[in-house]
Each structure stands twice: as C-alpha cells, then as structure tokens.
Design a binder for this molecule. Structure first.
Ligand code: ADP
Ligand code: MG
Length: 379
C-alpha cells in the first residue's frame, strides 16, 4: 500500500516514526476545460489514486523532504519564490504560501509516496501540494478554513514554482468528497457536491492515459490564456464567464480575429455544458451526460485546438465501441481521456483503444476504471 511506502521511506530517511500520514488525491475533470481561469465552471472528481505525505516535526524554520521518485532529499529554511527549484519547489512553495498568508508554519520532515502518474494531466502536482499543505496545517494546529486552502496551494504553484495554472486542480484535491463530483464556480469559489455514483447505474469512467509525450504545454497554455484574456478585454467584460450562451453570436460578431473567435466559442459553450451536466446528474440521468462529454471534446479539438492525435483516436475508438461519451481531460497536448461506459464494457473499450494505438505505432495507452474518491485529509 502506498501509505505504507510513505511511512517506510520516512522511517528509513529520518530514523523515526512519522507523526501522521496525510493523503491528497489526483483528479479527473469530468467536464469544464480551461474554464477555471475564465472564472467559469468546472466539475472534477477525486481519483482513488493519491499522494501520501508521511510527516514528523523538525526544529522551527527547517524542512526536509524526500520522495520515492527522487534519489536525494532536499532541505531548506525560510525561502522566497525561486530559491528552491525542481520537484521540491512544490513543497517549499506550500511552506512559503502558508507563511505569506500569515501562518506560522511548523518545521517538518516529510516523506512523499504517490500513485498518481506524474505529468499525465491527473494533477500529481496538486496532489503533492495538497498533501503537504494539509499535513502542515494539522501538524501546526493552524486555523485555515477549507475554502481558503486551494488558493494557498495554487499560489505555491503559480508564484513559487512559476506554473500559471487555474484553481481547478487544488480545489479538486482538497474539496472533493467520495461519491461526488465537485461543481465549482471559479469566480466565487462556491462549491456544490453533486451525486456521482456510477456503480449504482452499472456505469464506469474509464481513464485512458494516452502516454503521449507532452509537448509545448507551457507555451500553448499561456497562449490560450492570453487569447481568452484579450478577448474579455475587447468585449468589455471582466472574464469570458460573463458571456452567456445566448450572447455568444453577438460577442463573436464583435471580434475580428478568427482564432480568438474559436477560443471564445469553446469557453462559452463549455461553461454551458458544465451547467447542463450538473442538471442531468441532479436528475439522476448519468448516461445522458455522454453527448455533452463528446461535444466538449469536439470543442477542445476544433475550437480550442489543444488535443493531439493520440487523444482524438482514443475518444473516437471508445465511442465506436459503445462509450456513452468521451473526452480528453486536463489541460491538453497529451494526457488522459475519460470515457463513460457500461462497467462490463470497460475491458472491451480498453482492448479496442490498445489495438488502434498499435495500428498507428503509438506508445501503448494505460487504462483503468475509477470511482470518485475522497479529498485531502489525515489517514
Ligand atoms: P501533473 O500535475 O499533470 O501530474 P505537472 O507537470 O503539473 O503534471 O506536475 C508534475 C511535477 O510535480 C513533477 O515533474 C514533479 O516535479 C512534481 N511531483 C508530483 N508528484 C511528485 C512526487 N510524488 N514526488 C516528487 N515530485 C512530484
Ligand atoms: Mg499539475
């Protein structure tokens, strides 16, 4: 078990028992892609795959972190953004962001083990941040309200690590609940827990990791973000969230740039698809969300232009063998696809995608079914 791994690494590295084990999950976003930084809507759920932080006390102002994925532990004192780089920056960033928010962060020894695949769009970075954040809060007895935690973890990633991501990942890892999808308004940070019990319907979400190499992710992400922000400015609204579906045609008519029009169309229609998905889930019509998932994929492929051949083929193949809906999940340019399938069809869909990949000469995919797990907390 991954929790045992973290405890064992802690013992080996620090020669003592950890004071406790804290877990935070990776996530898949059911629908609502690139809408977070447009202050719109997202609907992630937590994966059963988690990152575990085994943590014990250390003298004030001293932190040491080690990971099963890394050869060397990293030690640091009180730092400013940029002073710790590489993977340990995610941890130093959490310490810094908590301090910057006015909290007295306890010194700590930290051992990390994770079963969230790194760099696959399942948010191993947020799982790492959230496990460490939750541990330090508990260890120090800090009074940090749950609704404030995601933005602290986000600042660790945005300001300290220097990755300009939205609030989706950290909110999912921290605020998701078992058996629920998290409907998050990325402007107000209000959340609603939406029933998402697939097993009761004989359904499953199949996650298919395309294993496609991520390319140009940072630059493309920045370009998409800038295009959305420029469009909001030209349209005279604080964020694209303020354009509703029935205002879309008017808004598009006011933009000269064809590429920018496509980017806007994705965001506005995607927000509407999230709202429609929430409505269906509330009504218990889980199968019926399939076409919305598939429409989301088409929008990411044609309008937002963030898919690659591997994910397009996984989606097409899943649909061809009977998935109710399928889409890429995560920021794009590789990463994972999710498909809504009858639970007893998951193996058939997996085999079909494997065959399609083999035919194309792609690196084989990795696929597994998931249920909605719990958010970050102490074990
Ligand atoms: P994603 O969040 O989609 O998995 P990112 O590029 O945002 O991809 O984050 C991956 C990075 O986070 C890794 O390259 C590594 O620096 C760091 N990371 C995540 N999990 C761990 C871990 N368990 N041990 C060490 N570093 C980790
Ligand atoms: Mg990440």
């Amino acid at each position: 078990m991954i929790a045992d791994d973290a405890a064992a690494v802690f013992r080996k590295q620090f020669g003592a028992e950890p004071a406790g084990l804290w877990a935070a999950p990776g996530r898949v976003n059911l629908i609502g892609e690139h809408t977070d930084y447009n202050e719109g809507f997202v609907l992630p759920f937590a994966l059963p795959q988690r990152t575990i932080a085994a943590v014990g006390p250390a003298p004030a102002g001293e932190w040491t972190v080690t990971s099963t994925f890394e050869a060397e532990p990293v030690s640091f004192g009180v730092t400013q953004p940029g002073e710790v780089s590489g993977w340990a920056a995610y941890v130093a960033g959490v310490v810094w962001a908590l301090q910057d928010a006015g909290y007295e962060v306890p010194g700590a020894q930290i051992a990390i083990a994770s079963e969230v695949p790194l760099g696959s769009g399942l948010s191993s970075s947020a799982a790492l941040e959230s496990s460490v954040l939750t541990a330090l809060i508990d260890l120090g007895g800090l009074d940090v309200p749950l609704e404030k935690r995601p933005s602290i973890a986000q600042r660790a990633e945005n300001v300290y690590v220097g990755a300009p991501t939205g609030i989706l990942d950290q909110s999912a890892s921290i605020r998701c609940e078992e058996g629920k999808a998290l409907f998050l308004d990325c402007r107000s940070y209000e959340v609603e827990q939406i029933p998402f019990d697939l097993a009761a319907e004989g359904l499953a979400i199949l996650v298919i990791n395309s294993n496609a190499p991520h390319q140009h992710v940072d630059g493309e992400y920045g370009a998409r973000r800038k295009s959305c922000e420029d469009a909001a400015r030209l349209l005279g609204v604080p964020a694209l969230r303020d354009i509703t579906g029935d205002q879309l045609d008017d808004a598009l008519a006011r933009l000269d740039d064809e590429v920018m029009r496509r980017r806007v169309r994705h965001i506005v229609t995607e927000d509407d698809r999230v709202l429609a998905t929430v409505k269906l889930l509330h009504a218990g019509q889980v199968r019926e969300i399939g076409p919305l998932l598939t429409a989301s994929h088409a929008s990411m492929r044609d309008d937002f232009e963030i898919t690659v051949a591997q994910v397009d083929i996984a989606v097409e193949t899943a649909l061809a063998v009977g998935a109710y809906g399928a889409r890429m999940t995560g920021g794009g340019f590789g990463g994972c696809v999710l498909a809504l399938v009858d639970a007893d069809k998951a193996a058939e869909v997996t085999a079909a995608v494997e065959e399609a990949y083999a035919k194309q000469g792609f690196t084989p995919p990795t696929a597994w079914t998931v249920t909605a797990g719990p958010g970050a907390g102490r074990l």
